[in-house]
Design a protein around this ligand. Sequence first.
Ligand code: ADP
Ligand code: MG
Length: 359
Amino acid sequence: IACPCALGLATPVSLVTGIGRGAQAGVLVKNAGALERLAQATTLLIDKTGTLTEGKPRVVGVQPVTGFDEPELLALAAAAESASEHPLARAIVAAAKERGLTLATAENFLAEPGIGVSAQVKGRRVQVGRVIPNASSSPSASPERRFEDKAPYPQSATLVGVTIDGRFAGTIALADPVKITTPGAITNLHRLGLRVIMVTGDREATARAVARELGLDGVHAGVTPARKQQLVREHRTAGERVAFAGDGINDAPALAAADVGIAMGTGTDVAMHSAGLVLVKGDLRGIVKAVHLSRAVRRNIRQNLFLAFIYNGLGIPIAAGALYPAFGWLLNPMLAGVAMSLSSIGVVTNALRLRNVRL
Ligand code: ADP
Ligand code: MG
């Protein structure tokens, strides 16, 4: 009767069953602790490109400054981007190929996550990356990284700037639609009591337009990967329990620093390695499912611990003779044996209910 067998089973059995249920629903749990912590998350910091949006941007406009023409600008930018796996880079390369442009080979390729790329193309130094609207006020902008933000595109378009040999040569605008499942998922996350705040490397105007459309609770735009991580820390220091959802190399530090890192299965390997949970489809409804699952698992663990404790808590005193003076009751060893099996069976049966939990 003193054997705390059910107590040892209570937590792992719930977790294992919950992890199995998650896998069926496309939520891969890499770290059981992350699943437990998600139940108490108060704030979801979320990346924009590839997480809220499709991550499959398309070039919608090329705006060279005088002295350059469109095909030349696009061909040079695409050549520099050809070695990058960033979604914006792929879109620029695809646009150049669609227009039948031939891409020169790029040398000395260098990628700065969250900022852009640079490479040597036909002997010219080509840089493609973030536009910085007010260069002088942005401490993250080195002088050769100061692109201008001046293109007549919709607010929600992402702009990248191109410089050639240090001279601003033009902008390329890309449209990246919000995933069709995103608005519904955000509404559900709000219902679950989470604050949802966008953290993106994209420019302010684009970030605000998307955040307004989705009704998010806050926006941090123009942030570097290091700053993303720092923001996670700041929110945690402020007493919030932070989940971070992202897909890119630039999100990896933040994913690792959050209480719960959630990576999109459609994203980069680095992001998936840094996260505790991976959403197979990269669809935000997966976050809603994960939150439901984590709360169900937490409740189940509590029920199991209660079941296990009550058996030892009542059984041991009775076996020790606590009720003997008053009622003359002792515990028959056969009954104690049955009780021990029943408590383990009870705990396992309760945990197995998680297989059918609705997410
Ligand atoms: P997000 O945080 O929205 O996922 P990133 O941090 O990956 O975005 O990128 C932030 C910004 O840096 C982009 O909006 C883009 O302007 C610029 N950028 C990053 N990588 C590249 C690249 N390979 N080519 C062009 N621009 C890039
Ligand atoms: Mg991203």
